[in-house]
Design a protein around this ligand. Structure first.
Ligand code: ATP
Length: 515
């Protein structure tokens, strides 16, 4: 069986071959960690964004959207703390000349102990069968206890080093744990240095004094600086939320794993403004709601987990990540943060204006607390593709590559195919397509054998294919073929809309979130 690594490589190649994702400016050999979405990719991405947007704004009458500019007044980033504190600790291996994030090297090291403990548990579960008591085993097995102690010791040092911003100690942990460079295999490390992740550019001509401005590293600040505009013009009452989808830019030190870590990416963020003291209640609400949103897609409940932050960002009093099981391990797809009143208080200080909210129920003004949900569109895209991609062995020694995409997200919903390119079948197929295309994204394909055409649609995740044959002209029926089961059924043309609507119903998906 192919390793996860090989499968991931194949997935990357598949994305390019079928028009999902291309390296940016590929004719010039690409630009590191920047990607373009192709004709299939953009549809999938738009469908993800629509699912998110609707789940926020349709299901919550107190959540509205905005679309703020990428460029913002430079003081924004001073106030938000990004100029001074949006850094990653970087370390270089002197032999391979490769650069790493020191914190990620240590996190990966810690994760290996969790894996080891997991493996011991699996072995024991097999050995003891039904009588296996996992909790007891974890508390008493000497080898597991030894692993757990080593992990906890390093973890405690790591958390303290991050809290103290102690770069020397971070390096020392890497040395003490004998962490080696995955490329050179050596422990020949440089010092750890801080590196600011913001891109900057100049606005205005240099002659009359250009201003240095930043490309936003998160969309959130566009919401903070507009929160009173929206509150007043929309007559919003606390609690209320503002959401936004847009590009963000980070000069990532180590950009690997395809679209998982990019230098230009897209975020879907929401800031939810609450009364001070109510923030934990709302933090829990959004944590649960966001997990439900992910699970409703049916990619597999076991592929998600919460991961609470070891080190809270300078603005947060609680934070958790929703992690997804990628082929390269459980990785963050979304962050949920309780940001306190840090951002608004800081903006108030820097702009010198009163930006407090007047609460008519309490008859007092205060700075709201904020719960943020922040998900990367590209990481979400990757998680959907990773779970959808399958190289399936079929009966008779054949195989196919299929994307089991949730039908709501699939770029193309249905492909209409005349069995042959003559006898009036193409005309009939076009007629059906012209009727369906206002409701569903349709493709039309008349080239090659039906088998080949099915494979092409499987490879881009089209949930349904409809074949028009000679009988269609007499009996008004077509063959509809289901992507996952490959089952075919004969149905009346008039029934098609109903069948497709039922299977591709965004409403049903959204309703699941209200249970
Ligand atoms: P990481 O620890 O992986 O760098 P982060 O904790 O800095 O991520 P946040 O600042 O919480 O990320 O950003 C919110 C979301 O934006 C992340 O959960 C992720 O989905 C997305 N995101 C952040 N950085 C990138 C990136 N470089 N490329 C793609 N998506 C990103």
């Amino acid at each position: 069986m192919a390793s996860q690594d090989e499968v991931f490589k194949k997935l990357v190649a598949h994305c390019k071959e079928y028009g999902f994702v291309f390296p940016s400016s590929e004719i010039y050999d690409g630009l590191a960690a920047v990607y373009d979405y192709g004709q299939m990719g953009v549809e999938l991405k738009n469908n993800i964004k629509k699912y998110w947007w609707d789940s926020m704004t349709l299901l919550h009458e107190n959540v509205v959207g905005i679309d703020a500019a990428i460029f913002m007044h430079p003081t924004t980033w001073k106030a938000s703390g990004h100029v001074d504190a949006f850094n990653d600790p970087l370390i270089d291996n002197k032999d391979s000349k490769k650069r790493y994030r020191a914190d990620v090297l240590i996190e990966d090291y810690l994760a290996k102990y969790d894996e080891k403990i997991g493996k011991e548990c699996d072995k024991a579960a097999k050995r003891f069968g039904e009588n296996f008591d996992k909790e007891m085993y974890l508390k008493t097995n000497p080898r597991v206890l030894e692993y757990a102690k080593k992990r906890d010791d390093v973890h405690a040092r790591f958390v303290k080093a991050l809290e103290d911003n102690n770069l020397e100690e971070l390096r020392q942990i890497i040395v003490d744990c004998e962490i080696v460079c995955p490329i050179s295999g050596t422990k020949n490390w440089t010092e750890v240095r801080q590196f600011n992740l913001m891109f900057s550019t100049d606005m205005g001509s240099t002659a009359d004094g250009a201003t240095k401005i930043y490309l936003r590293p998160e969309t959130a600040q566009g919401i903070f600086v507009n929160y009173l505009n929206v509150q007043k013009t929309g007559r919003m009452k606390i609690p209320f939320g503002i959401c936004q989808i847009g590009k963000a830019f980070r000069n990532e030190i180590v950009a690997r794993q395809f679209i998982f870590r990019m230098r230009e990416f897209e975020q879907m963020e929401m800031q939810f403004f609450v009364r001070p003291g109510d923030e934990m209640k709302w933090f829990d609400y959004w944590k649960q709601f966001r997990l439900k949103w992910h699970k409703a897609l049916g990619l597999g409940d076991e592929k998600y987990r919460f991961h609470d932050h070891d080190k809270l960002a300078h603005y947060a009093n609680a934070a958790t990540d929703i992690e997804f099981q990628m082929p390269f391990g459980f990785k963050e797809v979304e962050g949920i943060h309780s940001r306190t009143d840090f951002d608004l208080t800081s903006h108030e200080k820097y702009c010198g204006k009163n930006i407090k909210y007047f609460d008519p129920e309490l008859n007092e003004s205060y700075t709201p607390y904020v719960i943020e949900t922040s998900i990367g569109v590209d990481r979400m895209f990757l998680s959907v593709l990773c779970s959808a991609y399958e190289e399936e062995q079929l009966e008779g020694g054949e195989s196919r590559v299929v994307l089991h995409l949730p039908a709501v997200l699939a770029p193309v919903k249905v492909c209409i195919m005349p069995l042959v390119k003559k006898d009036g079948l193409p005309e009939k197929a076009r007629e059906i397509m012209n009727d369906l295309k206002f409701d569903f994204r349709c493709a039309y394909d008349e080239k090659d054998s039906i088998g080949k055409r099915y494979r092409r649609q499987d490879a881009v995740g089209t949930p349904f294919c409809i074949t028009v044959d000679h009988d269609t002209l007499n009996d008004g029926c077509v063959t509809i073929r289901h992507r996952d089961s490959m089952e075919q059924e004969r149905v009346k043309i008039e029934e098609l809309r109903g069948i497709l609507s039922h299977a591709i119903d965004a409403k049903q998906l959204l309703k699941k979130l209200m249970d």
